[in-house]
Ligand binder design. Structure first.
Ligand SMILES: CC(C)(COP(=O)(O)OP(=O)(O)OC[C@H]1O[C@@H](n2cnc3c(N)ncnc32)[C@H](O)[C@@H]1OP(=O)(O)O)[C@@H](O)C(=O)NCCC(=O)NCCS
Length: 169
């Protein structure tokens, strides 16, 4: 499948805002997700200015924007990157696009950017994303109990990670 990952550029801002504000995306992302055009543009500029420590990417299918994924450094001494903002536009769901994007992203972070470990945290109620993470090679490492307040309720999150040694050749 011709899935590609490329670093987001300012003209991608409208697509990214539409994506993260979609009713079938927003509830699954954390509260600090940038949802305004200004906020998204700021993140794109930061990703271009600090490519080794912060990233905002567009997932393309046949050259058409279909999703997004991002990272930030969570520990520089330990070379840990935290994956964030994973989303596939509802128009492109059902083809396991995120699995392909995750594999490309793992290679980019672990091989090209030389991280040692990638961490990913998913709300426990988001079974679709947990199933995706497990299919994509992330290892479930634990569960944080009642860690976040979501619509007035305390909810759990599930912690996943992949380390450089996990990548198959
Ligand atoms: C998680 C996400 C990126 C996966 O996108 P995707 O690659 O298009 O995934 P698909 O829609 O192809 O679904 C993959 C599989 O999960 C299955 N699935 C759907 N809902 C499910 C659920 N509630 N529980 C378990 N599996 C589920 C699908 O049936 C499909 O399996 P199949 O291929 O055997 O039919 C996408 O759903 C999304 O953008 N969600 C909103 C944002 C989000 O949750 N991001 C993660 C934040 S950590």
């Amino acid at each position: 499948m011709p899935v590609e990952l490329r670093r987001a550029r300012p003209p991608d801002a409208d697509f990214l805002v539409e994506l993260v504000t979609d009713d079938d995306v927003r509830p699954f992302l954390g509260p600090r997700t940038a949802t305004t055009r200004e906020g998204v543009l700021e993140e794109i500029e930061r990703s271009l200015a600090e490519p080794e420590s912060f990233g905002r990417f567009v997932v393309e299918l046949d050259g058409e924007p279909a999703g997004t994924v991002g990272f930030r450094v969570s520990s520089e001494p330990n070379r840990i990157a935290r994956l964030e903002k994973l989303a596939v536009h509802p128009r492109f769901r059902g083809r396991r696009l995120a699995d392909e994007a995750a594999r490309l992203f793992q290679r980019l972070l672990l091989e090209e950017l030389d991280f040692h470990r990638i961490e990913l945290e998913i709300y426990a109620f988001n079974e679709r994303a947990c199933a995706h993470a497990e299919r994509s090679g992330f290892v479930r490492e634990g569960q944080k109990r009642k860690a976040y307040r979501k619509d007035g309720e305390w909810v759990d999150s599930v912690l996943y990670a992949i380390v450089a040694d996990d990548l198959e050749d």
